[in-house]
Design a protein. Structure first.
Length: 51
């Protein structure tokens, strides 16, 4: 998953939970890094053939 995919899903969850009330919430790169650290999510680069 890419950074953009995670941020998009987070925005979708916020919208479903709170509607337009929190539309100004910013899912910044800093937010994403703290989220990953809090949930022990690691980033890995894949090498080799695709497909």
């Amino acid at each position: 998953m890419t950074r953009e995919m995670i941020q998009t899903k987070a925005k979708e969850f916020l919208q479903k939970m709170y509607g337009d009330a929190n539309s100004e919430f910013n899912f910044s790169i800093g937010w994403l890094e703290r989220f990953k650290a809090r949930h022990e999510i690691k980033s890995y680069k894949r090498f080799g053939e695709s497909g």
